[in-house]
Every structure is written in structure tokens, then in C-alpha cells.
Design a protein around this ligand. Structure first.
Ligand code: NAP
Ligand code: G4F
Length: 333
């Protein structure tokens, strides 16, 4: 009999990649999504996986919807990927971020404990929890969150650990460092850069406005990182794992690589604007994924250079073939 998995946040970047991976592994996949005024399944279509999964409406603010989703899917594994995940927005919407990305985790854990405590549970924790702690970061590094998002995620991270030790649940947290892809949301700096590079190359934009160019991040490919999530739930016990490449680059370096992919010099187009700077910044994140490598046998496959090229090429293709992309969009409405 096929294993069943419930993924919350299936309409997001990681949700789509994880759905694809689990379908390929023979799982029956249920995807939790929240109703929006405009349908939001484009990532599932982009990876050609929507036809293979069953969608269930659920919202992390609504406990009953979580219980109904568990009853409908009766899963062996739950991957809690749903969150308000944009750090910048968490300064403007601190309370809803806490409700969804923090308390939402407890709603999930309590629902699982109530419905069937033997379900294996994955929590999407984040390197943002390290915040002001200087790199490198591993599972023992101190957490010093620098945003309402990071504080909410740290709450969810601790609660996951509490349910693991207190209630003996198979609950794991993946402390994932930044991971990107062609289906990354356009608010995030990598996608903002690659999308604008393509627009500039096509003549649709003249400049790229950014905030702090000196921030450093450990950027990997989302397709590699969802494999680590699955591996965590295949272990005999739940645990915490850092997932990262072990290499970090500045926003400036990302710009340089992205513009040079289309034969342009970033210095001619990038402008620094205060409106894109945050009230608090995380200057540098760099992960040490030794534990994931040794215990899970996980390591990243896509390099920084390959990631930048993949994202720029996908955005160029989108603007060079607008008919194909608008037809796809219309088909998915
Ligand atoms: P994403 O693209 O922003 O996706 C977030 C998902 O959560 C979307 O499907 C979104 O639905 C859903 N969601 C938001 N509020 C919800 C609510 N109240 N109820 C139910 N669903 C809700 O994020 P991602 O990059 O895939 O990241 C996946 C998870 O990993 C997140 O928890 C994020 O915080 C965490 N994480 C990400 C990274 C990274 O670098 N990508 C690193 C560390 C941790 P809509 O489509 O309707 O908005
Ligand atoms: O791409 P970002 O918005 O990602 P950030 O804040 O690192 O958060 C992402 O990674 C976390 C894991 O570490 C996840 F938990 C979280 O959900 C999300 O996926 O910003 C990266 C850096 C920041 O230092 C930011 O200040 O880029 C800097 N930056 C400079 N100019 C900008 C911009 N960020 C954005 N989004 N937009 C800018 O114009």
C-alpha cells in the first residue's frame, strides 16, 4: 500500500518540489492550500504535478480545517511547510506572521497528537533563527532572531522539540538555509534579481532597486533541500538538522553573476534604495550541514553558479516566450 503524505503550503516553492519528489517515490500526496481570491496553483503546474496530487483546503489559522485535512488524508507523514515566509513582510504584519508561522505550528502539532500521534511530522525551521549570531551555524549555535518572522519560527522550532521529547512524537525540524529555484516568489532577493535582469535584457525595465547589497546568504537549490526533508522522516527518531551548502555569497555577488549571465554589468543597473532595507538585518548566514551529511547521507548537488544560471535562464525564457507562458497561465485559472 502506498504511503500517504500531507503537505501544508503545497502552493509554495518547497511544497511544489516536495509534492513532485513524493509522487516520484510512489506516495499518495495530499496538498493543503488556503483559498485565495485568485487561484494559485501555477507552481504545481510548472512542475507538472497538480494532476498527481489531491488538494485539500486548510488554513493554519483554522484548527478545524487542520483536523479535517488530517481525517481526509489519514497520513503517515505530515510536512508543515505553510508559513508567512517573507521576512520583510513580517515587520509590516507581525501579528499575523506570529499567528501563522508560530502558533500555526502548535495547531498542527496538537492536531496530529489528537488525531494520531504516530504520524511523522516535519517542521520547516529556518536559518533566520540564528539572526545576529556570527557564522558558521550548526545545530548547537545560539539563536538570536532579528525579525518577527524569525521569532515566530523559533517558537515553532522549540514547540516541535517539546512535542518530540514530551509526547515522544516523531517530530523533526529542518533548519534550512536559503534555497531558491525558478519558482521562487518574486519578493525574495534572488528572484527579484533574476526576474529584473531578464526584464532589463528584454528592454522592459531600466534599473534594479535593492536594499542591503552586503548581506551574505548560504544559497542552495530548493529541489535538493526537499530531499533532506524526506530523509529526516525516514530516520528511526525525530531530530533537528541544519541543511545548507556551506558556502556563502553576498547579494552583490549574486547580482554580478546574474547580470553577467546575459552579458551585462550589474554596476550599470543596480541602485540602492532605503525602502528595501529592513529595520533589523541579518548580516550573514552560513550553515554547517555536517550532521545532515553524516546521519542522512544528504549533500547538495546544485552549485551557486548553476543556481544563478538556472534562475536567469528560466526568467529569460519566460519573457522570450510570453505566448506560451500566458497560455499556460490561462489554462491554470
Ligand atoms: P513560500 O513559497 O512562501 O510558501 C509558503 C506557503 O505557505 C504557501 O503555499 C502559502 O500559501 C502557505 N500559507 C501561508 N499562510 C498560510 C496559512 N495561513 N494557512 C495555510 N497555508 C498558508 O515558502 P517556501 O519558500 O516554499 O518555504 C516553505 C517553508 O519553509 C516556509 O515555512 C518557510 O518559512 C520555510 N523556509 C524557507 C526557506 C527558503 O529559503 N525557501 C528557508 C528556511 C525555511 P499561498 O500560496 O496561498 O500564499
Ligand atoms: O531573499 P530574502 O528576502 O531572504 P531572507 O530574508 O534571507 O529569508 C529567506 O530565507 C530564510 C532562510 O534563511 C527563510 F526562512 C525565509 O522564509 C526566506 O525564504 O533576503 C535576503 C537578503 C536579506 O539580507 C535582505 O535584506 O537580501 C537582502 N536584500 C537586499 N535587497 C533584499 C533586497 N531582500 C529582498 N527581499 N529584497 C530586496 O530588494
Amino acid at each position: 500500500m502506498a504511503k500517504r503524505a500531507l503537505i501544508t503550503g503545497v502552493t509554495g516553492q518547497d511544497g511544489a518540489y516536495l509534492a513532485k519528489l513524493l509522487v516520484e517515490k510512489g506516495y499518495k500526496v495530499y496538498g493543503g492550500y488556503r483559498r485565495t481570491s485568485t487561484r494559485n496553483f501555477w507552481r504545481l503546474h510548472y512542475l507538472d504535478v497538480k494532476k498527481d496530487i489531491e488538494l485539500i483546503p486548510m488554513d493554519l489559522i483554522d484548527q478545524t480545517s487542520i483536523l479535517m485535512a488530517l481525517r481526509k488524508s489519514d497520513p503517515h507523514e505530515v510536512y508543515n511547510l505553510a508559513a508567512q515566509s517573507f521576512v520583510g513582510a513580517s515587520f509590516d504584519e507581525a501579528i499575523s506572521t506570529g499567528e501563522i508561522s508560530g502558533l500555526g505550528v502548535t495547531r498542527m502539532l496538537d492536531s496530529v497528537r489528537f488525531y494520531n500521534p504516530s504520524i511523522r511530522f516535519y517542521q520547516a525551521s529556518t536559518s533566520e533563527m540564528y539572526g545576529a549570531t556570527p557564522p558558521p551555524h550548526n545545530e548547537d549555535s545560539m539563536f538570536r532572531p532579528q525579525s518577527p518572522y524569525a521569532a515566530a519560527k523559533l517558537y515553532g522550532h522549540w514547540v516541535t522539540g517539546n512535542y518530540r521529547t514530551g509526547y515522544k512524537m516523531h517530530a523533526s525540524s529542518g533548519i534550512l538555509f536559503n534555497h531558491e529555484s525558478p519558482i521562487r516568489g518574486v519578493d525574495f532577493v534572488t528572484k527579484k534579481i533574476t526576474d529584473t535582469v531578464a526584464r532589463i535584457k528584454m528592454g522592459y525595465s531600466k534599473e534594479l532597486n535593492l536594499g542591503n547589497l552586503d548581506a551574505h546568504r548560504d544559497w542552495g537549490f530548493a529541489g535538493d533541500y526537499v530531499e533532506a526533508m524526506w530523509l529526516m522522516l525516514q530516520q528511526s527518531q525525530g531530530d533537528d538538522y541544519v541543511v545548507a551548502t556551506g558556502e556563502c555569497h553576498s547579494v552583490r555577488e549574486f547580482c554580478e553573476a546574474a547580470f553577467s549571465r546575459v552579458g551585462l554589468n550589474y554596476r550599470d543597473y543596480v541602485k540602492v534604495k532605503d525602502e528595501f532595507k529592513r529595520p533589523l538585518e541579518v548580516p550573514s548566514l552560513l550553515g554547517d550541514a555536517t550532521k545532515a551529511r553524516e546521519k542522512l547521507g544528504w549533500k547538495p548537488k546544485v552549485t551557486f553558479g548553476e543556481l544563478v544560471q538556472m534562475m536567469v535562464d528560466a526568467d529569460m525564457e519566460k519573457y522570450q516566450n510570453p505566448t506560451k507562458h500566458s497560455e499556460q497561465f490561462l489554462k491554470h485559472m
